[in-house]
Design a protein around this ligand. Structure first.
Ligand code: PAF
Length: 286
């Protein structure tokens, strides 16, 4: 099992990319914040299946965390991450320091509208997506991959990044990778390790509620009532709910049964905030 090449600065990254480009090899990039789990590994596998070379980035991006969030506590497991990436044959890992990505005097931030202002995550994490968009724009410009892969688990993030790439004419295909779940339905997340054993046993309720609500909406039941019932079940299960919403899959605006749509949820269980989402199957008359 060959360990991926570790590249720590932009010059080394670009030298490696130039070698691949000279050999006419296509490149897939999987941006991550490390603490890798099977969800990330599945994104790397998509890269491997679609491009000659796959690179992951590992950078815990400070600008997407609010001061009250878990930036310093965020799990950092670099050696274990490398082993997981080696096992799927990832060729290189870009692992810059904070000073490489945000040198002293850094003064540029991306401002967003559209899906970034859908009233979902942005309502609870108002500075989050501008931090995500800034770092993702930097990574895409630094690496100029043919393809970049992001998990559908962060569905609003994926919509924001698609919009960013289109608006800035970044010559990269943005591909979503399906959410990977534990056997009981809980969406894999680097933050699941914060859950106590009792919270861990409650956590799959989110996916159950999404499943049932998606089927009920597809069957033509009144979305307003289904969502109210779903919110109530989540709260009764022991969560503090931030939102449960039914939205258009592309714009994240109001959903209709005529277009692809998605249920999205965020709720807090103790000190852990969980998010999840699910496609609503095309319903009767759709
Ligand atoms: O989804 C993530 O892990 C992060 O938000 C990303 C896309 C790597 C940007 O820091």
């Amino acid at each position: 099992m060959r360990q991926p090449l570790v590249l720590n600065d932009v010059a080394a990254l670009r030298r490696q990319l130039a070698r691949w480009r000279n050999a006419r090899e296509t490149v897939a990039l999987v941006p991550t914040m490390g603490a890798l789990h099977e969800g990330h590994v599945s994104l790397a596998r998509i890269g491997k299946s679609r491009a000659a070379r796959t690179m992951a980035s590992i950078f815990v991006n400070p600008t997407q965390f609010a001061p009250n969030e878990d930036f310093s506590a965020y799990p950092r497991t670099f050696e274990a991450d490398l082993d997981k990436l080696a096992a799927v044959g990832v060729d290189a890992v870009f692992a810059p320091t904070r000073d490489i990505m945000y040198p002293p005097g850094f003064a540029t931030t991306i401002t967003l509208e559209g899906p970034a202002k859908a009233g979902l995550e942005d309502r609870f994490r108002p500075t989050h997506f501008s931090g995500v968009a800034t770092i993702v724009a930097k990574l895409l410009i630094q690496a100029m991959p043919d393809l970049a892969i992001f998990g559908e688990k962060d569905f609003q993030q994926l919509a924001v990044i698609r919009q960013l790439a289109a608006d800035l004419d970044l010559p990269v295909e943005i591909q979503g990778g399906p959410t990977v779940r534990e056997a009981d339905g809980l969406a894999m997340s680097s933050r699941n390790i914060y859950l106590s054993p009792e919270e861990r046993s409650i956590a799959p309720l989110l996916h159950r509620v999404l499943n049932e609500a998606a089927s009920a909406i597809a069957a033509g039941e009144k979305a307003h009532d289904i969502l109210a019932y779903g919110r109530q079940r989540i709260e009764q299960g022991g969560f503090m709910i931030d939102y449960l919403e039914w939205r258009d899959s592309v714009t994240l605006g109001e959903a209709t049964r005529a277009r692809a749509s998605r249920l999205l949820v965020a709720a807090r269980l103790g000190r852990t905030r969980l998010i999840d989402n699910l496609a609503v199957p095309a319903g009767e008359g759709a």
